[in-house]
Design a protein around this ligand. Structure first.
Ligand code: B1M
Length: 210
């Protein structure tokens, strides 16, 4: 089996140590870091994303695959920087103020990274002002907000308003998601996209950044 295919397969199985060893093998063989990332790691993560969408794999499998991906990207990061490879886009993500649920948000983050986007993780309990300030200062193309509580989802509307007030609404896309969120809510508050799961969120984000 070709080396890239092996990396992809091991990543899908969450075999972090094997992924690390194979990525090192690819580096030692002189293969370009960007190719190792795209044809090995990202291709494996795409398969996991598709399976997750179809309920063929579940949260634990995604988490171990993401851990394996991280083991590989750690080795590639300095080489990518040296090769002058830029991320496909920059995104900030967080769970909204008052809300401490972060499992879904972390899955979205992993899928975004799996698509080659640079992700600034603001963690949980993030205020509308922090989302907007970060997007301004770090020049993010997208603000990603996650909420799991009906009592906190209103903060997403505040993010839209804060982006308008800061004069950056036309420069930044606002994506929202989480169990109580819906397409209707997205339209109601004037956000740019609602997606029901992490894999779809990553697909939409890539299109926004293209
Ligand atoms: Co909480 N909790 N919880 N909880 N908790 C829920 C959400 C709840 C539905 C349980 C229930 O009552 N049945 C309920 C909310 C009710 C409501 O608002 N209508 C609830 C409550 C009430 C609470 C507390 C208030 C309980 C209390 O203290 N009285 C409290 C609140 C604390 C706070 O946040 N301030 C609380 C606390 C907790 C724990 C700390 C114990 C723990 C969180 C641990 C953690 O996240 N580190 C917890 C958990 C685990 C849950 C449940 C059981 C599971 C949530 C989860 O992680 N799901 C949940 C019940 C349930 O959902 N069955 C519940 C898995 C995760 C992968 O799904 O986050 O939906 P999810 O992400 C999905 C999609 O929504 C989407 O992608 C993911 C899948 O691909 N997605 C996005 C998410 N963000 C996205 C962003 C996007 C796009 C897609 O674009 C940007």
């Amino acid at each position: 089996m070709e080396l890239y295919e092996q990396i992809s397969e091991k990543l899908q199985k969450g075999k972090a140590k094997d992924v690390k060893a194979l990525v090192q093998q690819a580096i030692d063989a002189g293969l370009p870091a960007q190719e190792i990332l795209e044809k090995g790691l990202m291709s494996g993560m795409n398969v996991i994303g598709e399976k997750f969408k179809k309920n063929e794999v579940f949260v634990p499998e995604v988490l171990v695959a993401a851990r394996a991906m991280n083991m590989g990207t750690v080795l590639l990061k300095p080489l990518l920087a040296a090769e002058g490879v830029k991320a496909n886009g920059r995104v900030c993500i967080g769970t909204v103020q008052g809300d401490l649920h972060d499992i879904g948000k972390n899955l979205v983050k992993m899928m975004l990274e799996g698509k080659g986007l640079e992700v600034i993780d603001l963690g949980t309990d993030v205020s509308a002002e922090t989302f907007v300030k970060t997007a301004q200062e770090q020049q993010c193309q997208i603000i990603c907000c996650s909420a799991l509580l009906t009592t906190t989802m209103g903060v997403m509307a505040d993010v839209v308003k804060a982006a308008e007030a800061a004069g950056i609404r036309d420069q930044v896309k606002i994506m929202i998601g989480g169990a109580p969120i819906s397409e209707a809510y997205c339209q109601q508050i004037g956000a740019d996209a609602y997606t029901p799961d992490a894999a779809s969120a990553a697909e939409v984000a890539v299109n926004f950044c293209a």
